[in-house]
Ligand binder design. Structure first.
Ligand code: AFP
Length: 343
């Protein structure tokens, strides 16, 4: 089979009218930055990248109030630095930073906005389990020269591109421009991403589900009912057995679904109700929803399509139900029905 590099793929996408030159350059720059993050991640203890950022007395905290790992900070810096000079961005926003980062005055500016979670699943770094980067690209609103948080608050349906990179046994990039979902694997010797699956399709039916079962007692009633039925297996109302997986790195759990189907849930629960959910709409839910929908799957909050939501804050959190379409529809139906019954 003739191998197609990411660069060749981007040229093809330009010829097909799916991307313009600026967006294609932006994706090349993000992919290059992720290669650097992959190298840093792979060095592990030998690169001095494990453990917490800051000092034992003063841990470095991000905007979410979470203690940062060294690799959170390193990957964030790599992405910021790589994207500052290219001339394709008006600003970026990161899960690790309170406010959007402007492009320094010494560099040219473009008309795209880049959002990223530089190191998703960072609690897994020190135990050598897959982590990753998630990103989303929006257009900067017309006439805006210095984008503020409000300029990023666009529904997921307006995304021009979204992707994630898994730093696992292989480094894999999954990408969409709204014309299918495609996978690239990093050829470490050559140093380039090579197309490994074009136009991925997720099976409509699922036999695997991913959820953090330790939160079960805090879930809402329809989630309790739904997961209870999956656990009841062949003998229960669903009439078949389901298997369970939970990596606790969204990139790895989603990549399994993109590879062999299944569903991923981070529902609302009593502990996180006040904050609206666990996962961030701009950095995790929207980009993953775009990738999953483009692969024929579905992504909802349990009640509504994620990509139709109007975000109200840069670091807003939402419940996330995504994966094999028919299974996400069942879980969503249970929630909508329960809301209806309550009037
Ligand atoms: P960290 O990046 O802080 O490890 O969070 C990862 C994450 O946002 C997502 O990747 C996982 O699916 C989810 O959180 C895991 O959450 P729990 O630790 O509550 O299971």
């Amino acid at each position: 089979m003739k191998s197609i590099s990411l660069i060749q793929f981007l040229i093809e996408e330009r010829r097909a009218g799916h991307v313009n030159a600026e967006l294609s350059l932006l994706i090349e720059v993000v992919a290059r930055a992720c290669k650097r993050s992959a190298v840093a991640t792979n060095k592990g203890a030998l690169g001095g990248v494990l453990g917490m950022a800051g000092s034992a007395d003063a841990l470095s905290m991000n905007i979410q109030g979470e203690a940062q790992k060294k690799l959170d900070v390193i990957s964030n810096e790599i992405l910021l630095e790589a994207n500052a000079w290219g001339g394709h961005l008006a600003a970026c926003a990161s899960e690790e930073m309170e406010d959007p980062q402007p492009i320094p005055d010494m560099y040219p500016k473009g008309n795209h906005l880049l959002l990223f979670d530089p190191l998703d699943g960072s609690s897994n770094i020190d135990v050598n389990i897959s982590v990753g980067t998630i990103f989303s690209v929006l257009r900067c609103p017309d006439g805006v020269v210095e984008p503020k948080a409000v300029d990023f608050l666009q529904p997921g349906t307006t995304q021009l591109a979204a992707g994630y990179v898994v730093y696992g046994p292989a480094t894999v990039l999954v990408l969409t421009f709204g014309h299918g979902t495609h996978e690239f694997t990093l050829d470490r010797e050559v140093g380039s991403f090579v197309l490994s699956r074009r136009d991925i399709k997720i099976p409509e039916e699922a036999t695997e589900f991913a959820i953090n079962m330790s939160n079960q007692r805090h879930w809402e009633a329809p989630m309790q009912r739904y997961i209870g039925e999956l656990l009841a297996g062949k003998e229960g109302p669903r009439g078949k057995d389901f298997n369970m997986r939970w990596v606790a790195s969204m990139v790895a759990d989603v990549h399994r679904i993109v590879t062999r189907g299944g569903v991923f849930y981070y529902p609302l629960d009593a502990k996180i109700k006040a904050q609206g959910g666990k996962l961030r709409i701009m950095y995790e839910a929207n980009p993953m929803a775009f990738i999953i929908e483009q692969a024929g799957g579905a992504a909802t909050t349990g009640r509504e399509r994620i990509m139709s939501l109007q975000p109200t804050a840069l670091h807003q959190r939402v419940p996330v139900f995504l994966g094999s379409k028919k299974e996400v529809e069942v879980a969503t139906r249970y929630h909508v029905a329960a809301d209806g019954a309550q009037g």
